[in-house]
Write a protein that binds this ligand. Structure first.
Ligand SMILES: Cc1cc2nc3c(=O)[nH]c(=O)nc-3n(C[C@H](O)[C@H](O)[C@H](O)COP(=O)(O)OP(=O)(O)OC[C@H]3O[C@@H](n4cnc5c(N)ncnc54)[C@H](O)[C@@H]3O)c2cc1C
Length: 379
């Protein structure tokens, strides 16, 4: 579907991304899973390789590509069974907020540092008492002198241990409820009153640092309000959510394809009753079904990427891509694991991490129930 020149350029970008992952990520993945985080240095290396902010214009330090480039990175990380690395969130969620809503000064100040990995980004929306219902956040950013005073608590924040650039969803005018939300930037190295909680122990994504964050009278200058006006946060969040959901869908399809690949290889080797596991019709039919679902997912996600690049991806289509692909990811990976027998339950077999990593895909980025709510409202 793509223009041949664009397709060729993307293929080259995919190749260099794959080589980076093979060289800088795969050899360390097991250690990072034990450590609960990637090394800080991986961010700098990814920045040097042009893999951070691939979709941000070059004038702000990005690689000058678009969401197709981000999708290549997300896909390759999933194919390599290491979607733990929080770079898609940093590059394709945090940075676009600055690009789209920041003032020119904010773009010039922050984007180049995010592109090199000097700053590591996180977005802090969820709180212990507010997840799906974001309007219920209790963190406040009260106008105070010529700045804001931030108080509150966040939970489940990706990149939470390493991030030093945090976009915090806070109420600048609590009386306005959801309409009084703003996005505040906290450069953690430059403030007092900021504290990280535990690196939360999760079922999967063991190398992704997911944390609680605490803000006690954190004072930031007025220039750390994203954009030039307060109380625009909810609209900004709503506008960016389709892209965030598509990131998850791209990851889901890459993970499905990877699971089918490792499973096909395994069942063609493993023998029982004098033949390979692949020779059983049940195995071949299960894999045929999985391959069909992955293909449908791939076609739909490719369509969504093109819609997004054209500026047309709507909330409903993005929600469809998120719930369907992640539901299928969980089903496909579970069927694949079954075909490994007991070995599938052993941590040393990649299918086991694919299985534990898949589960959260139905939960974060807006749960799949919330996706269906959004879709049903359009019917
Ligand atoms: C590994 C991980 C990483 C994350 N990273 C981040 C991050 O970087 N930044 C961030 O801000 N957050 C992050 N989150 C939080 C995530 O987005 C939330 O967990 C998610 O939005 C759900 O919120 P909740 O956990 O409070 O569940 P709740 O909102 O309490 O939901 C509980 C259940 O009720 C259902 N439910 C709620 N409302 C409705 C409804 N209206 N109709 C039907 N069912 C409903 C939900 O679907 C769910 O099944 C992360 C979470 C995890 C697990």
């Amino acid at each position: 579907m793509l223009d041949p020149e664009v397709a060729e350029e993307l293929a080259m970008f995919r190749e260099s991304t794959r080589r980076f992952i093979e060289r800088e990520i795969t050899p360390h993945a097991a250690r990072w899973r034990k450590d609960g985080s990637v090394d800080r240095d991986l961010w700098r290396k990814a920045g040097e390789a042009g893999l951070l902010l691939a979709g941000i214009p070059a004038e702000y330090g990005g690689a000058g590509g678009n969401f197709r480039h981000e999708a290549v990175i997300i896909d390759e990380l999933a194919q390599a069974n290491f979607a733990d690395f929080g770079s898609p969130l940093h590059s394709a969620i945090v940075a676009p907020y600055i690009l789209h809503y920041g003032t020119e000064e904010q773009r010039q100040t922050w984007l180049p540092k995010l592109a090199t990995g000097a700053l590591i980004g996180a977005i802090a929306m969820t709180e212990p008492g507010a997840g799906s219902d974001l309007q219920g956040v209790r963190t406040t950013a009260k106008p105070d002198g010529n700045g804001y005073l931030i108080n509150g608590q966040k939970v489940f924040i990706t990149n939470g241990q390493l991030a030093n650039f945090i976009l915090v969803v806070a109420k600048t005018d609590p009386a306005l409820k959801g309409k009084g939300i703003s996005l505040m930037v906290i450069e953690t190295d430059a403030v007092e009153g900021f504290r990280r909680g535990r690196n939360l122990e999760k079922v999967g994504f063991k190398a992704q640092d997911t944390s609680e964050l605490f803000f006690d009278d954190v004072r930031v200058p007025a220039s750390n309000l994203l954009g030039s006006e307060p109380n625009r946060g909810f609209i900004q969040l709503m506008e960016q959510l389709p892209q965030e959901r598509l990131i998850i869908a791209v990851q889901a399809v890459g993970a499905m394809e990877a699971a089918i690949q490792v499973t096909t290889e395994y069942v063609k080797e493993r023998k029982a009753f004098g033949k390979t596991i692949f020779d059983f019709q049940n195995t071949r039919f299960k894999l045929a079904e999985a391959a069909t679902e992955a293909r449908i997912g791939r076609v739909f996600v490719d369509f969504c990427i093109e819609e997004l690049v054209a500026g047309r991806l709507d909330v409903v289509t993005a929600a469809m891509s998120k719930w369907w692909t992640t539901q299928k990811q969980c089903e496909v990976v579970d069927e694949c694991l079954q075909l490994f027998g007991g070995y599938g339950y052993m941590a040393e077999y990649p299918i086991s991490t694919m299985w534990t990593d898949a589960r959260v895909q139905k939960i974060y980025g807006g749960t799949n129930e919330i996706m269906k709510e959004l879709i049903s409202r359009s019917l």
